[in-house]
Write a protein that binds this ligand. Structure first.
Ligand SMILES: Cc1ncc(COP(=O)(O)O)c(C=O)c1O
Length: 365
């Protein structure tokens, strides 16, 4: 017997199902239409790319462990306190750090039925217990959260807008939820798709952090800024939580190329606006085109659509996934999110949306 089998990970770790990322590659296709990972189809700011490449000249040096310039730029751009921003290797790292810092064996972490997949993973990795609150109409339900809060609840994660449903909660509903949670429960507002939301009843949550409640807002450069490959996310949190995150954070958790690319991307407002404008035009167009094929599309505030397929085994989501893939188009199956009837499809470029709709037209006959 191999000695390694005697090694026992902490309770919870073997219950964890590793994160399944959206596919990007497929054999046999010169060009693949990747609509599986909610990446911006416009790509990053060209200026940010230049800065990234120039960073190659300094790779013998450690990064600034405090991401100071980047935090100051974020603070200026968003009207926040730089001292209360923590940058990280993607917002995934922050989800893991927050969970590890505030929850452990015997504690509960609450999130919604179709909430982002990293919440249960981070919870189990920390040895804590995941608790799932049912959703109503594919939307997080504050009453369901509150009903499931116990003495052991430490964290509530809410992705707003949520991945993979695209649904959101208005700012007054989120504020009300915060007010009704116990003060020793941390509310984490994961606003990965905030840049895409155009509604005036939405807020990413910075004002709740400022108001002094126990709220953390998470943001990312992976979506509208199109820098998923460099891994860059940030948290805005009350001073006491910031202090805790800086204690558990790895000292050089944001690489030099990520820091410089992020810094320049923040400044390239025109590029961010272009990404938003593209989404504002193509999200409703893509919705109408898919509905025109008789498919049901959930309302989305983000840069992707959750599309429901018929029950018929020849026309269901698995069959559609296989058919699209055979045409070099990659959507995201969301069976793992408890949504086997659906595919999540990123809003792509015009020709990508047209290729998708043409393929689905053939598929549905
Ligand atoms: C809701 C949500 N939160 C966080 C993340 C992780 O983002 P990052 O690339 O910054 O780790 C994602 C990525 O898909 C997401 O959808």
């Amino acid at each position: 017997m191999c000695a390694e089998t005697l090694l026992t990970p902490r309770p919870g770790i073997m219950d964890l199902t590793p994160y399944v990322a959206g596919e990007h590659k497929m054999e046999g296709f010169e060009k693949v239409v990747v609509l599986s990972a909610n990446e911006s189809p416009l790509g990053p700011s060209p200026r940010a790319l230049e800065a990234y490449k120039a960073a190659a000249d300094h790779l013998n040096r450690y990064p600034d462990g405090g991401s100071v310039e980047l935090r100051e730029a974020l603070a200026k751009r968003h009207g926040l306190e730089a001292a209360n921003i923590v940058c990280a290797n993607g917002s995934d790292e922050l989800i893991a750090m927050i969970t590890r810092a505030y929850a452990g064996p015997g504690d509960e972490v609450l999130f919604s039925e179709h909430g982002f997949a990293m919440y249960p993973i981070a919870t189990l990795a920390a040895g804590a217990t995941p608790v799932v609150a049912p959703e109503t109409n594919l939307t997080a339900d504050p009453e369901a959260f509150l009903e499931r809060v116990t003495d052991r609840t430490r964290i509530v994660f809410l992705a707003n807008p949520n991945n993979p449903t695209g649904s959101f909660l208005p700012s007054d509903t989120v504020a009300d939820l915060r007010a009704r949670l116990r003060d020793d429960v941390l509310l984490v507002l994961d606003a990965a798709y905030a840049e895409y939301v155009t509604r005036n009843d939405y807020s990413a949550g910075a004002e709740l952090v400022k108001a002094g409640g126990n709220v953390v807002m998470l943001r990312t450069f992976s979506k509208a800024y199109a820098l998923a490959g460099v891994r860059l996310g940030w948290a805005y949190s009350p001073p006491a939580v910031t202090d805790v995150l800086n204690r558990v954070r790895n000292p050089f958790n944001v690489t030099v190329p990520a820091q410089v690319a992020g810094l320049v991307a923040i400044d390239d407002i025109a590029h961010l606006d272009a990404a938003r404008t593209h989404n504002d035009i193509w999200r409703p167009k893509m919705t109408a085109m898919l509905e025109g094929l008789g498919l049901e599309v959930a309302p989305s505030e983000a840069n992707f659509l959750l599309v429901r397929f018929p029950d018929d085994p020849a026309k269901n989501a698995d069959a559609a996934n296989a058919f699209l893939t055979s045409r070099g188009i990659i959507p995201r199956g969301v069976r793992g999110y408890g949504l086997p009837e659906y595919l999540r499809i990123t809003v792509g470029l015009e020709d990508e949306v047209e290729a998708l709709v043409a393929a689905l037209k053939d598929f549905l006959g």
